[in-house]
Write a protein that binds this ligand. Sequence first.
Ligand SMILES: Cc1cc2nc3c(=O)[nH]c(=O)nc-3n(C[C@H](O)[C@H](O)[C@H](O)COP(=O)(O)O)c2cc1C
Length: 208
Amino acid sequence: MSKLLYVQASPRKGRSKSIQVADAFAAAYRESHPGDTLEVMDLFAADLPAFDGPAVTAKYVILHGEKHTAEQRRIWDGVEKVIAHFKSADKYLFAAPMWNFGIPWRLKQYLDILIQPGYTFRATENGSEGLVKDKPVMTVYARGGEYPEGTDAAALDMQKSYFELALRFIGFEKIHSIIVEPTLAGPEKTDIALKKALKEAAQSAADF
Ligand SMILES: Cc1cc2nc3c(=O)[nH]c(=O)nc-3n(C[C@H](O)[C@H](O)[C@H](O)COP(=O)(O)O)c2cc1C
């Protein structure tokens, strides 16, 4: 029995196109994997610790091989809890909007918490090595505009390129994606894009 962690990075709930498509993937996944568990994590509602000055200090205390104070230990416990929860999953599904060519700040905050040496990657003589191994990930990316591969606009996409760089850095190799775009070029174009992405979502869940 596997656990699929479904992370929603849009605060738009039912209006979110990335969530609509990821929901379709999740529904098809449930049908084809009836014995698995599926946990939904809404990043805008989740109790994520701030990755602020005290958290960064607690991180550097570890990097410098020093001991945490009681307060730093308390802060770092919060970081470890989020990492342990993330690593408890076997498979991942993300719904990720494009915000200002990149990812929403809550998803970046989640990555800043998760990407820690000794927990999700480690330094080796040959460079860094990701520690989240052999786990597939599917991400649904929604964009208001269009950024098709092979066009000048593709260079502006720091959403998929950055997010997948971060995933690869912590060890993911089986990286799948569905793009829904454009979502802000009028109802007709949105409808066509949404239908295409929903079909892809329904088809790709069985083998995931
Ligand atoms: C704060 C913000 C920034 C955005 N920046 C971009 C952008 O840089 N490029 C783009 O194509 N669309 C941009 N959009 C539009 C969203 O990508 C689009 O509405 C998408 O459908 C959002 O995903 P969602 O429907 O899952 O919430 C932005 C939307 C918001 C709210």
